[in-house]
Design a protein around this ligand. Structure first.
Ligand code: MOS
Length: 730
């Protein structure tokens, strides 16, 4: 490998830093007008009346839409694709959460629309106290998602036990870029500029909501100011912008405000998870039960899937994992970076730390002791699992052997140090992908696939894969993403884009190269006229005889001689994500080692450093991959210490719905980070052996931090985030 595996800077970097890159709300089209939605100010009740008389009379107002005049919006069919709030906006007069859109003001300018939106007079009836209760108990009998042996009997018979409940709060995705939509309609077809992590899914779902054929909806998304899962699926603002464009016959731009982002475009569900674990005195895990409950919206099912990693992560013969939900008057929850496993591992890895303490066994050693030989849940082998090496190498790099286990026993310059560890894991799978690769007569290459780059480095990684396959230099490769006119590509979700596109792109590249070889043998001017194609090969951008490098001809010369502008190939690879009978258990693994500093005199808690070792298959680009892990580690500091969305029990409103009151980790909170990739190719997933790195970096950070907090302070925080109050009044 010469390009794959290199720490190449982002090829789209110059476009981003120079401001040339167009994000969704940067697009402008002639005749564009602005829409501002009006949100409900109650969280449970009904709309009695919407008086728009003042709003329509306000300067610049073109129209105010509500249920009576928005026009037909359909529910997407169950097979349409993914969407977490399936009720079309304005579908009925019922209010189910604070901020639910009840009207839409369209005006000549954004300022006029904003001003007029404040004049829409909504009266409500049947207003009830919203249910935003923090304590979560299942609405229905929990569903069993995994079971083996007899965990309850094994637990009762074991000498050492842990039975604790862990809580992760509602969190709100706060990418810098606001959700936005610019909708255009030509009387037949829509072109929608959207902030989306999934253009193909977006087209499929939104075309059904709008009631037009799929081919009449085009989605464009060239650059995303991140999403963290909040931009995976369509939300109501996009539907409203499209409806307004359709109704008015003019392009409509709608940018969701930061406050509205806390209300209407998803959040990470609150979770409450009981974990019961037991062990023999030597540390052998004898049983594990994991019973999570997560909050859901009033209408749609939402399973946070906290138990995802539990059944295979550690070996035990007795296990039961369940799932349960409870409905709240809060907007629909959605996937947020590492959905399921991230909150799930906070609970199970925290319990593991408590078990280690109860046993008097070092938490790294305890994890090594229960390393399973195969996936006991599916009863199949692991494709490539190097979790033990993550732990041992991480321990070595961190200096873990210097740890003294007694609480508060480690000090440095007057600060109490706490050292904690946790493991992590994340799914590895592929979504279906199609791609096209072109080789051009000017020596350049082009790769086209309808996936998108959400800031993670997809443009760059695709260019590297094509450069590796064709020998075309990176700077001569154009990558086309973010348009549903391209061959359909995967969602940017589940950390699966890279693994998903590799097989399709390599197949397409091979097709293009084969086509160039064939061209080299055809016609009297052809450099290899009359030579059978199977005696030639394409290597390093040149075509040559397999038995001799002499006389190799650059492919562009072949195309020029033949007077052909381009040759191309197509590739298509199937999804493995929902495989019913996988041959291998495919996952990524990692270990997080954390040092915190605690100064009780001034109640100052700081995460000093994190050592992370990640086993995510072959790393295509160590620079973009490291960016992903480091960003996730900082997010993990926020998850452990700061992030929580608070819903006012009186109004149901998220009260800290702004970047001042919703505290996230900033640069000043970022620890020193040491990231190592093991780099073992996992060829069960694709021939390059790449898995994915977007999400695993967040998993395990919070439980490692709370383990370190315990080590420093003696306070075990089981409900995130850790607050100073937790530590001052144990
Ligand atoms: Mo990620 S939550 O799959 O965008």
């Amino acid at each position: 490998m010469s390009v794959v595996g290199q720490a190449v800077p982002r090829i789209d970097g110059p476009r981003k830093v120079s401001g040339v890159a167009k994000y969704t709300s940067d697009h402008r089209v002639d005749g564009m007008i602005y829409a501002v939605p009006v949100g409900s100010t109650v969280a449970a009740g009904r709309i009695a009346e919407i008086d728009v008389s003042k709003a329509v009379a306000a300067p610049g107002v073109i129209e105010v839409f509500q249920r009576s005049n928005v026009g037909k919006l359909y529910k997407p069919s169950p097979g349409a694709g993914a969407i977490d709030e399936t009720r079309p906006p304005f579908a009925d007069d019922v209010i189910r959460y604070y901020g639910q859109f009840v009207a839409l003001v369209v005006a000549q300018t954004f300022e006029q629309a904003t001003a007029a939106a404040s004049l829409v007079d909504v009266t409500y009836r049947d207003v009830a106290a919203p249910n935003v209760a923090l304590d979560l108990s299942p609405d229905d009998e929990p569903t069993e998602v995994a079971r083996r042996g007899d965990p309850s009997a094994a637990y009762d018979a074991s000498p050492v036990k842990v039975d604790q409940t862990y809580v992760t709060p509602a969190e709100t995705h706060n990418p810098i870029e606001l959700h936005a939509s610019l909708a255009t309609y030509d009387g037949e077809a829509f072109t929608l500029y959207e902030t989306t992590q999934a253009i193909t899914n977006h087209r499929n779902v939104v075309s059904e909501i709008l009631g037009v054929p799929r081919e009449n909806v085009r989605i464009i998304m060239k650059f995303l100011g991140s999403g963290f899962g909040g931009k995976l699926w369509p939300w109501t603002h996009g539907t409203l912008a499209a409806a307004a464009a359709r109704n008015l016959g003019r392009p409509v731009k709608l940018v969701v405000t930061r406050k509205q982002m806390f209300e209407t475009v998803g959040h990470r569900a609150r979770t409450q998870q009981r974990v019961r674990m037991s062990a023999q005195r030597d540390g052998t895990l004898t049983s594990l039960r994991h019973d999570p409950v997560n909050g859901a919206g009033m209408l749609d099912e939402y399973d946070e899937n906290c138990g995802e990693a539990t059944p295979y992560f550690y070996g035990t013969n007795n296990l039961r994992v369940t799932a349960a939900q409870t409905r709240r008057n809060i907007g629909a929850p959605t996937a947020m970076r590492g959905p399921g496993a991230v909150p799930g591992l906070f609970a199970t890895e925290s319990a593991y730390d408590e078990l280690a303490l109860a046993l008097g066994i070092d938490p790294v050693q305890l994890r090594l002791r229960n390393e399973p030989a195969h996936d006991q849940n599916l009863n199949i082998p692991f494709s490539s699992r190097h979790y033990a090496e993550c732990l041992t190498l991480g321990a070595q790099k961190f200096g873990w052997s210097q740890r003294t286990p007694a609480v508060g026993s480690m000090r440095q310059n007057g600060t109490i140090l706490g050292w904690g560890v946790a493991g992590c894991s994340w799914i590895a799978a592929r979504f279906g992908a199609e791609a096209r690769v072109e080789l051009h007569a000017d020596g350049s290459a082009r790769v086209l696939t309808g996936t998108q780059d959400i800031g993670t480095g997809t443009y760059t990684v695709l260019a590297q894969v094509v450069a590796e396959a064709t020998g075309v230099a990176l700077e001569h490769i154009a990558v086309e993403l973010g348009d549903t006119r391209l061959p359909p590509g995967p969602i940017s979700g589940g950390s699966m884009v890279t693994a998903s596109v590799i097989p399709a792109v390599l197949e397409a590249a091979r097709g293009a190269m084969k086509s160039a070889v064939a061209l080299a043998t055809k016609g009297s001017d052809a450099p290899f006229a009359g030579v059978p194609a199977d005696e030639l090969h394409f290597e390093g951008g040149r075509i040559a005889r397999k038995d001799s490098a002499a006389g190799a001809v650059p492919f562009e010369d072949v195309l020029c001689t033949a007077s052909v502008a381009q040759v191309s190939g197509s590739g298509k690879a199937d999804a493995t994500f929902a495989d019913e009978h996988p041959k291998y258990s495919l996952h990524s693994y990692g270990a997080q080692f954390v040092e915190i500093g605690w100064q009780p005199e001034i109640a100052r808690l700081r995460v000093n450093r994190i050592v992370t070792v990640v086993d995510a298959g072959r790393i295509i680009n160590p620079r973009t991959a490291r960016n992903q892990i480091e960003g996730a580690l900082v997010m993990g500091v926020g998850m452990a210490l700061f992030e929580e969305t608070h819903y006012d029990p009186r109004s149901g409103a998220p009260v800290n719905s702004n970047l001042a009151d919703y505290v996230m980790a900033s640069h000043a909170d970022a620890p020193q980070m040491d990231v190592t990739f093991l780099d073992y190719p996992d060829t069960a997933l694709n021939e390059l052996g790449a898995r994915g790195v977007g999400e695993i970096g967040l998993a395990g950070v919070a439980p490692a931090i709370t383990a370190a907090v315990y080590h420093a302070t003696g306070v075990r925080v089981r409900a995130l985030p850790v607050t100073i109050e937790n530590l001052l009044a144990p």
